[in-house]
Ligand binder design. Structure first.
Ligand code: LMR
Length: 403
């Protein structure tokens, strides 16, 4: 029955970790997946998370009943408030439908399915993704029946934003198209629009009648400040736009494997939001019935308890600062080795990743000769680097760039 089934290729991001695991070389580095590591190269469980987890386990009222289809209501309320801000008109007017999601990916998948079913029938099922974007975006929207198109985003020459190209492509998009935007810390490029450019993007979106879908996987990771990193989403919501928002607590709370995330649809009125939520439940029920409780319970406690909240923010700043420090350390190492090219982009790029511009053959050589595991688009996870391993990486980059 299954004889005809073909071997699928490894996932371009998750597959990197498999390759790293199988590599017996002691010098091996995993700079593939975007997961924070300590200076010792170890996974980091936040103190706020450990404390919340202990409180949950000690709570006699704790049980393992099913959550509602839409998830933990307290988590949902706190998650959307974290994103939009307490004073947001949408929050104040109770016109945001939020459901718990299987982290950012699950939020995107449920959101895409909802849009595909419930956008007005006269709207095209087209989504515009930045070029390049997180590899999974394409599959997620294609699975939900969208035609996937790209808009210009990264300029290889300047290693910055191709803003003129981006605006031109968005102006040419048919009205009613979905526009996927990375809220902050663009993955994989680390290049974000400036506040002024966001204002112009708001105008283009609103004039072109595009449906914004914000993917916010890195709130707090760009600047270390949760509010500052949500500025783009808040700008759009405060201007009165209806939009879709996916949130992940994988990175900013280190809850990767707990799959804690949220999907919010900002609506025109409370009445619409209630109906939208009822339809989101119809999307979720036949997919996975209801979400897992543990990660959302942790996140709700960390967001809701003032002491844990402070501790979390401090740890979040600590993670963001360590990544920024790694940018400086790597940059200095590259300059000290006279590696050809202007590497100042390593300092300027935002968030977890540096998009190096290295070619696929150069990346393949990094893996095979130097045991530095990374995605073959030249993206390196700065969060996986330490002061001890940065000199080795610089040596490896110097070598593959020259050969
Ligand atoms: C990444 O881009 O490395 C992360 O978003 C992890 C993932 O699921 O791909």
């Amino acid at each position: 029955t299954w004889d005809h089934v073909q071997q699928a290729p490894p996932d371009p991001i998750i597959g990197v970790t498999d390759g790293w695991r199988a590599d017996p070389d002691p010098r091996k580095l995993n700079l593939g997946v975007g997961a924070y590591r300590t200076e010792e190269g170890k996974p980091y469980v936040l103190k706020a998370v450990r404390e919340a987890e202990q409180q949950i386990l000690a709570d006699p009222a704790m049980n393992k009943e099913y959550l509602p289809i839409s998830g933990n209501p307290e988590f949902n309320r706190l998650a959307r408030t974290l994103a939009l801000g307490l004073s947001s008109p949408a929050i104040q007017q109770n016109r945001v439908a939020t459901v718990q999601a299987l982290s950012g990916t699950g939020a995107l998948r449920v959101g895409a399915e909802f849009l595909s079913t419930h956008l007005p029938s006269s709207f095209p099922r087209i989504v515009y993704l930045p070029s390049p974007t997180w590899g999974n975006h394409k599959s997620i929207f294609a699975k939900a029946g969208f035609q996937v198109r790209e808009y210009r985003y990264f300029c290889a020459g300047t290693r910055g934003l191709d803003f003129v190209g981006m605006v031109a492509d968005l102006k040419a998009a048919p009205p009613g198209s979905v526009l996927l935007l990375h809220a902050c810390a663009h993955n994989p490029t680390g290049v974000d629009p400036s506040p002024e450019q966001w204002k112009q993007l708001l105008e283009v979106t609103s004039e072109g009648r595009l449906i914004p879908f914000f993917d916010m996987a890195y709130q707090g990771f760009a600047s270390g400040d949760l509010d500052a990193d949500a500025a783009s989403v808040r700008l759009f919501v405060d201007a009165g736009l209806e939009l879709v928002l996916g949130q992940s607590f994988a990175k900013n709370m280190g809850l990767y494997g707990e799959r804690a995330g949220a999907l919010s649809v900002v609506c025109k009125s409370k009445d619409v939001a209630t109906r939208v939520e009822s339809q989101l439940k119809l999307v979720i029920r036949p997919m996975y019935s209801n979400p897992p409780m543990h990660g959302a319970a942790i996140a709700a406690r960390v967001m809701g308890d003032p002491k844990l909240n402070e501790l979390w923010k401090e740890e979040l700043r600590g993670m963001a600062d360590r990544i920024k420090l790694m940018r400086k350390v790597l940059y200095d190492q590259l300059v000290a080795r006279n590696v050809p090219g202007d590497w100042s982009f390593v300092l300027k790029q935002i968030g977890m990743f540096s998009f190096t511009g290295m070619t696929r053959p150069q990346c393949e050589l990094l893996v095979s000769k130097w045991h530095v595991h990374l995605t073959l688009d030249g993206r390196i996870s700065m969060a996986g680097l330490s002061a001890t391993t940065a000199p080795y990486l610089a040596e490896a980059i110097a070598d593959v760039i020259k050969s």
